[in-house]
Design a protein around this ligand. Structure first.
Ligand SMILES: [Fe+2]
Length: 271
């Protein structure tokens, strides 16, 4: 992969998303949200990639994955007016289909095409599939996009919750009701340092906890450092109801963050 390829991909991406600009303000707002998300995921990717001291060519590959990871979101929203995959279709697989249909990556060697397509396809799975070699290149790029993506979703969530009483975006809240307390399976997963499951969410507090539980799937020390720097944990936690349970969860998250910032997850390896 060369610098010209990355320039071409950036140009292609912005021409592609232009096709989805809409006179309907709700659609337009959500399309723009995903364009901005993509830009920030590209930035996060480069911060993490550089901290891992990978080669320039590998940084370009990582940026391409970041640029295309949510490509399916645009068609998804235009078609179904939701970002909820379970009510529409899997946006990661949709993105891979679009990349193939449009022939965007065909200028690259086959090995790089496969790596990009797989990293896009796997970016939204609960975990990286077991058949991906943990010490291999694909595993590294999967961990990278998943970290860069999660940190931006936490940013959006923390900003949304800080302003939530002013204006709500139901597309971000996944249309769940307001209610007190938390769903028990979500709390239990968190106290066991595991990511909570979407199917266990019952109310808007659960969405916040679910997003915070992604911290347990973060891989690189640089990502933990970014999380801490921006204070997303504090902002999201402070939007939850004051209770003993909230306090227990907060202390649990803080402890985990502090331990991980110094070392990251075990088994990390460069490509
Ligand atoms: Fe995504």
């Amino acid at each position: 992969m060369q610098k010209e390829d990355l320039d071409y991909f950036r140009e292609w991406f912005f021409e592609y998303v232009n096709r989805f600009f809409s006179p309907d303000s709700f659609t337009q707002e959500n399309i723009e949200l995903k364009i901005k998300h993509t830009r920030r995921v590209c930035e996060n990717t480069l911060v993490i990639a550089k901290s891992e001291k990978i080669s320039e060519k590998e940084c370009m590959l990582a940026e391409t994955i970041a640029l295309f990871h949510d490509l399916g979101r645009f068609e998804q929203f235009a078609k179904y007016k939701t970002f909820r995959d379970s009510e529409s279709e899997n946006h990661a697989i949709l993105g891979v289909k679009i990349l193939n249909k449009e022939g965007v990556l065909f200028r690259l060697p086959e090995e790089e095409i496969n790596l990009i397509l797989k990293a896009v396809e796997y970016h939204n799975l609960m975990e990286i599939p077991g058949n991906v070699e943990p010490s291999g290149k694909l595993h590294f790029f999967c961990r990278l996009i998943r970290d860069a993506d999660k940190i931006d979703i936490l940013k959006l969530a923390s900003e949304g919750y800080a302003e939530e009483e002013k204006c709500r975006n139901p597309a971000l809240e996944l249309y769940l009701p307001d209610a007190r307390g938390y769903s028990e399976p979500i709390v239990s997963e968190i106290l066991n340092n595991r990511m909570a499951k979407i199917g266990d969410m019952k109310n808007r507090n659960d969405i916040k906890l679910l997003r915070l539980s992604w911290i347990f799937d973060i891989n690189f020390p640089a990502t933990f450092a970014l999380l801490k720097k921006y204070g997303y944990l504090e902002t999201i936690m402070s939007s939850l109801p004051e209770s003993k349970e909230t306090e227990v969860l907060k202390i649990h998250f803080e402890k985990y963050l502090n331990t991980m910032e110094s070392g990251g997850r075990k088994g990390n390896s460069k490509p």
